[in-house]
Design a binder for this molecule. Structure first.
Ligand code: 13P
Length: 254
């Protein structure tokens, strides 16, 4: 089965209106018309820039996603939060949930991540579910247990059928922003493990599930990662803020 290949730029809390415009303009030009492209490019800017980025992307094949959403569906008294419906309203197709920075810095539990995953799907968004172990967990031989717990929290809450309309991203915490990428073999091993967890519940859904790798993906290491059997693209932080570097990663997926 051929799976969708996605290259996602997670801008995190970076940029300005002017810098975002320059970046999007360069990416549009470099990404080409899109028809027949082997991979899809998706940008996840900060919330406040979403409407502007959407406008700058008009007529281009580059997609739009958000970095997070409220775990509550619907509307209401949740000061500071942004709902899935609002993200749809401003043109997002995807949303990242459970990024390790949300889990570690903002205390998001597996239960909250599962609620966000479901809120995203209720709004018609494709959640990009991030999972990954810390260095301490890896060195303590806990990688599989941690990944299994994170994936199963969502599987148990949402059901395996929900994974047919989702993307998973494996982001080892020790590789994020450190310049220390997982080797293609290390990443492949965990990607295959994730696919196996899903396959135990539904082999067809597992076979069609796009699993992205994230953590210090650069132009220079992208191709070796993307050639691995179970790696279906990348979730890119720092390197997505530089147009030439991000486009090199995009082309490595071809
Ligand atoms: P870096 O590419 O900067 O390591 O960040 C990865 C990431 O966290 C993407 O979500």
């Amino acid at each position: 089965m051929t799976r969708k290949v996605l290259i996602v730029g997670n801008w995190k809390m970076n940029g300005s209106l002017a810098a975002s415009r320059a970046l999007v303009t360069a990416l549009r030009a470099g990404a080409g018309a899109g028809a027949g492209a082997p991979a899809t490019l998706l940008l996840c800017p900060p919330y406040v820039y979403l409407p502007a980025v959407r406008e700058w992307l008009q007529g281009s094949p580059v997609g739009l996603g958000a970095q997070d959403l409220c775990d509550k569906a619907g509307a209401g008294a949740f000061t500071g939060e942004v709902s899935g419906a609002m993200l749809r309203d401003v043109g997002c197709s995807h949303v990242i949930v459970g990024h390790s920075e949300r889990r570690a810095l903002y205390g998001e539990s597996d239960a909250v991540v599962a609620a966000k995953f479901q809120a995203a799907q209720q709004a018609g968004l494709v959640p990009i579910l991030c999972v990954g172990e810390t260095l301490e967990e890896r060195e303590g031989g806990q990688t599989r247990a941690v990944i299994e717990r994170q994936v199963k929290a969502v599987l148990d809450a949402a059901g395996v059928a929900a994974l047919a309309k989702a993307v998973v991203a494996y982001e080892p915490v020790w590789a994020i922003g450190t310049g220390r990428t997982a080797t293609p073999e290390q990443a492949q091993e965990v990607h295959a493990f994730i696919r196996g967890i899903v396959a135990a519940r539904d082999a067809t859904i597992a076979a069609g599930l796009s699993i992205l790798y994230g953590g210090s993906v650069k132009g220079a290491n992208a191709r070796n990662l993307f050639t691995m059997n179970d790696i279906d693209g990348g979730l890119v932080g720092g390197a997505s803020l530089a147009a030439a570097e991000f486009l090199e990663i995009f082309r490595a997926a071809g």
